[in-house]
Design a protein around this ligand. Structure first.
Ligand code: HEC
Length: 167
């Protein structure tokens, strides 16, 4: 009798756990899509980035790289959660004092207008997670190496490679 009761408690716990997970997955946010719809009107999203004369904001790759560089953490595994926390805080409550942007750039761009009401904290969390993973220094270096190799090719070969003629 007693064992039967334990089994039931166990089953109930598993069901509760699974339904908990189910609820979470319905709240999934697409960080990449959100970044494009909510942030791209000011931040260039290319890697390597395009810069414009009258750009409204630093490219997202620059933002990601310098925050990663300047953020101080004791444990490397704290880096991503801290990065996400910074994004959530900064995007909703930007402040010149909190910005990692250097004084000169801050003066030329102006402090970012708060995105409160345009994006939720959870959405910023999903964006930050995507930004952290996508704008990766190693990936960038690999891309630049591939590009340097491409630029070093003779022109005719460049065109052929670009059009996929050689594959
Ligand atoms: C209206 C233009 C505008 C929009 C929209 C915008 N930003 Fe910004 N953002 C800026 C400017 C300008 C700066 C540079 C000045 C600063 O650091 O406040 C900036 C800087 C930042 C920084 C870096 C702060 C630092 O310390 O270097 C982060 C992070 C950021 N934006 C995230 C976002 C995210 C995420 C979105 C989309 C939800 C977004 N921004 C949308 C204009 C914008």
């Amino acid at each position: 009798m007693k064992t039967e009761k334990y089994i039931w408690v166990g089953i109930l716990a598993v069901v509760a756990f699974m339904s908990g997970c189910g609820e979470k997955s319905t709240k999934y946010f697409d960080g990449e899509a959100l970044l494009k719809t909510k942030c791209a009107q000011c931040h260039n999203l290319d890697m390597p980035p395009k810069t414009y004369k009258d750009e409204k904001a630093p490219p997202m790759m620059a933002v990601a790289f310098h925050i990663k560089d300047f953020m101080k953490v004791e444990n490397p595994s704290d880096k991503k959660p801290k990065f996400i926390e910074f994004f959530k805080e900064y995007v909703l409550h930007p402040d010149a004092k909190k910005s990692f942007c250097d004084k000169e750039s801050l003066a030329s761009y102006g402090v970012m207008p708060s995105q409160e009401g345009k994006v939720t904290e959870e959405e910023v969390g999903a964006i930050a997670e995507y930004v952290y993973d996508y704008y990766d220094q190693e990936k960038f270096l690999a891309l630049m190496k591939a590009k340097a190799h491409f630029d070093a090719l003779p022109k005719g070969e460049q065109i052929a490679t670009k059009n996929g003629c050689l594959t």
